[in-house]
Design a protein around this ligand. Structure first.
Ligand code: GCU
Length: 406
């Protein structure tokens, strides 16, 4: 972490007067109005016992924190395992033979709205299985490259103007519309495979009472409790199932899979990285509230605002903390700590104040003692100029980090 930059920002950040903004208050972008808060210590058990050995961390504190995040924030993912079948639907050389492009359908028994489709580019000029980036995408696999051979998603999709989505369905004009966020040739040149899937294949991103996507396939209880899993937990479950598949794929090295996510999918990458220790490295980009940003700062997006705008992302119980962030038994630095000692890169953008860049930095800072405790120096915070987005520069930073750490 860049300590100088951190101290500088901290000096610019006066401690505020214990304000607790109501739901309809204007969005707070004023450091002077950030409430005073105490962060729960990741290295102290709920009953006050300090964690003194790595064994205590792994056997007691880590499971305790996972349980707290499940019960209060993301919800509990059913432990049931399903027999998921994978079927290759096409395979073709791409980029002048420098890559193999393949698509696979993962069929989830009990999921009635279609398979989960993986798109995999793997470099052809490497010996043995390639390390990979695994990332969910927002608008269908066809949107990451202008390649007519990538199958067009037929799933429900949020209508975004100018992205080739009409009546909540992708149309051919959506091909390549998000290519600026996916520099596939450069990823391949650096020796990485890219594995991506549409997050709506796992659970369409709207509040339908969890009737579609994978929730009904895994839920056994007829009543959803207040800590039942939301959509972020479902998307994270889908990432783990993708990794299950990669474990049987000979072109991807499943032990070197870097999980990456932007925005709500950055929140998801952090939760997936915390719950599934097989992910070798985790990168969150502009993940903000419910991701890498400290909830207790109430800066930019708050718990009340996110629960109002996207009630299905978290468990119902999370709503009890609307305007009461300091009552949360956890804060987001502990989510980052759950990934330790595996490498974590937290990326913010200066103009993305809604996602609270300083709150993300302070969370990384407060997670650092756990990394040190576990003898890991692999936690990096990165702040770049500019807006909420994924840029070429970001990808360069991701790949430099992965080269070094994975
Ligand atoms: C909204 C939401 C954020 C989220 C973002 C995104 O801005 O408030 O929490 O990260 O959407 O995922 O695009």
């Amino acid at each position: 972490m860049n300590l100088v930059r951190y101290l500088l920002l901290l000096a610019l950040c006066p401690v505020g007067a214990g304000l607790s903004p109501a739901q309809d208050d204007p969005v707070n972008y004023d450091e002077a109005k950030v409430p005073t808060y105490d962060l729960p210590d990741p290295l102290v058990m709920e009953d006050g016992t300090p964690v003194e050995t790595p064994e205590q961390w792994y056997e007691h504190r880590r499971p305790e924190l996972l349980r707290l995040f499940e019960e209060h924030v993301y919800g509990r993912t059913p432990k049931r395992s399903l027999e998921i079948r994978a079927r290759m639907i096409n395979e073709c050389l791409a980029f002048g033979g420098r890559a193999l492009r393949r698509e696979f359908d993962l069929s989830v028994p009990g999921k009635s709205d279609g398979p989960i489709r993986l798109l995999i580019y793997s470099p052809t000029q490497v010996d043995g299985p390639a390390p990979a980036f695994l990332a969910l995408n927002f608008t269908g696999n066809q949107s990451i490259q202008p390649d007519p051979e990538i199958t067009l998603s037929t799933q429900w999709m949020r209508q975004v103007s100018g992205r080739g989505i009409e009546k909540n369905r992708a149309i051919p004009a959506s091909r390549g519309t998000l290519a600026s966020r996916w520099p596939v040739p450069r990823i391949l040149e650096r020796g990485y495979a890219l594995v991506t899937l549409y997050y709506g294949d796992i659970d369409p991103d709207f509040d339908d009472g969890f009737a579609n996507g994978v929730h009904p396939a895994l839920d056994t209880e007829s009543e959803r409790g207040s800590s039942a899993w939301g959509s972020i937990a479902a998307w994270a479950w889908g990432l783990s199932r993708s990794l299950d598949f990669l474990e049987s794929d000979e072109l991807v090295d499943a032990e070197r899979v870097a999980l990456l996510g932007h925005s709500r999918l950055g929140k998801t990458a952090l939760w997936a990285g915390a719950t599934d220790e097989r992910f070798a490295l985790v990168i969150s980009n502009n993940s903000g509230c419910g991701g890498a940003a400290l909830s207790r700062r109430c800066f930019g997006e708050t718990v009340a605002r996110i629960n109002r705008a996207a009630p299905h992302w978290f468990c119902e119980r999370f709503r009890a903390y609307n305007g009461r962030e300091s009552d949360l038994p956890v804060d987001q630095h502990q989510l980052i700590a759950l990934i330790a000692p595996r490498p974590v890169l937290i990326c913010s953008a200066e103009e993305d104040r809604w996602a609270d860049p300083l709150g993300e930095q302070l969370a990384a800072r407060a997670a650092a003692p756990v990394f040190r405790f576990l003898d890991s120096a692999s936690l990096v915070y990165r702040l770049r100029p500019g807006k909420h987005d994924v840029t070429d520069e970001d990808w360069k930073a991701y790949m430099d980090f992965a080269d070094r750490e994975m």
